[in-house]
Design a protein around this ligand. Structure first.
Ligand SMILES: [Cu+2]
Length: 304
């Protein structure tokens, strides 16, 4: 009846359905009774309603019955939630790192990935971390959602039961490009996973000065490092490429050399990449020094 995407679907959907069912039941019964009484005791019919007072049986009933229903709703919610905080001992571990505005996944052996690839039918513990502000780790198809809190370790876990791709959303408003903070869980077979993880390169901690300048000035809020299109064109593959730009209203090709990058920082509207809007970026002449522009250029060349 329920999707087998993860081991939590059953518990969450059961609670959801039962609570919705109870609510709909009372909506219909109460509304129906209300309409019935409005008609039955309509003043024009001259039939006065009887006042009920000190009726012990009635009072006990309307205290205990709703209490049992409410406690039952709590119980099924609790039953669905508790397993989410109890990670099996044999779970494999991956760290999810949230930052403005992307997810990264760190696998054992210092391997980094932009997507979360997991084997089917295997418990996966996801250690949730944030580099900057509050982010959310939400996988609707798996019925999991946890906060990623800076300076605090949090976690989530799941066992995926069906092959496929599932969306990951950041569910905490974390700044300008929060809505671009997306990723994907790819559920694959154990053998595909083994191949994938073996081919995943070991990360090199990126300590380049150019990246620090870009982060300090908020550039990567609008220019992604991984090729995804945000407000402005991505930095990936930019250095040395040939760009179609619009200069003074006319399209032309331009070589993205150091001079072009410097000019784009200082006069953003001079050569706007075709397909993007002008007037969105201010000049960074006062914020970024000539030395820093060189550092940015060095960094961009390393972004292949
Ligand atoms: Cu976020």
């Amino acid at each position: 009846m329920f999707s087998k995407a993860s081991n939590f679907v059953n518990g969450v959907d059961t609670a959801f359905l039962i609570i919705t069912g109870i609510s709909v039941f009372f909506l219909i019964v109460l509304t129906g009774l209300m309409i019935y009484f409005v008609i039955k005791y309509n003043k024009s019919k001259g039939k006065p309603a009887v006042q009920v007072k000190d009726n012990m049986i009635l009072e006990i009933t309307w205290i205990t019955v709703p209490m049992i229903i409410v406690l039952y709703m709590f119980y099924i919610g609790w039953e669905g939630y508790l397993p989410m905080r109890r990670v099996p001992k044999d779970a494999m571990e991956v760290s999810a790192i949230g930052s403005m505005w992307k997810f990264q996944f760190e696998y054992p052996g210092e391997k980094l990935s932009d997507t979360l690839v997991v084997p089917i039918n295997k418990a996966v513990k996801v250690n949730l971390k944030s580099k900057d502000v509050l982010h959310g780790f939400s996988v609707p198809a798996f019925r999991i959602k946890e906060d990623m809190v800076p300076q605090k370790d949090n976690y989530s876990w799941f066992t995926a039961g069906e092959l496929g791709n599932y969306d990951i959303f950041c569910t905490v408003y974390c700044g300008l490009n929060h809505s671009y903070m997306l990723s994907v869980i790819r559920v694959v077979s154990q053998s595909d996973y083994d191949k994938w993880i073996a081919a995943l390169p070991v990360k090199k901690a990126d300590t380049s000065l150019g990246l620090k300048v870009l982060e300090k000035n908020g550039c990567i809020a609008c220019h992604s490092l991984d090729g995804s299109k945000v407000v402005g064109p991505s930095f990936k593959g930019l250095a040395g490429s040939v760009r179609a730009v619009v200069t003074n209203g006319a399209k032309r090709q331009i070589n993205a050399d150091e001079a072009y990058i410097k000019n784009s920082i200082e006069n953003p509207d001079a050569d706007v990449v075709d397909g993007f809007s002008s007037g969105l970026m201010k000049s960074y002449t006062k914020m970024i020094s000539a030395e820093e522009i060189t550092q940015i250029n060095d960094y961009l060349k390393s972004l292949k």
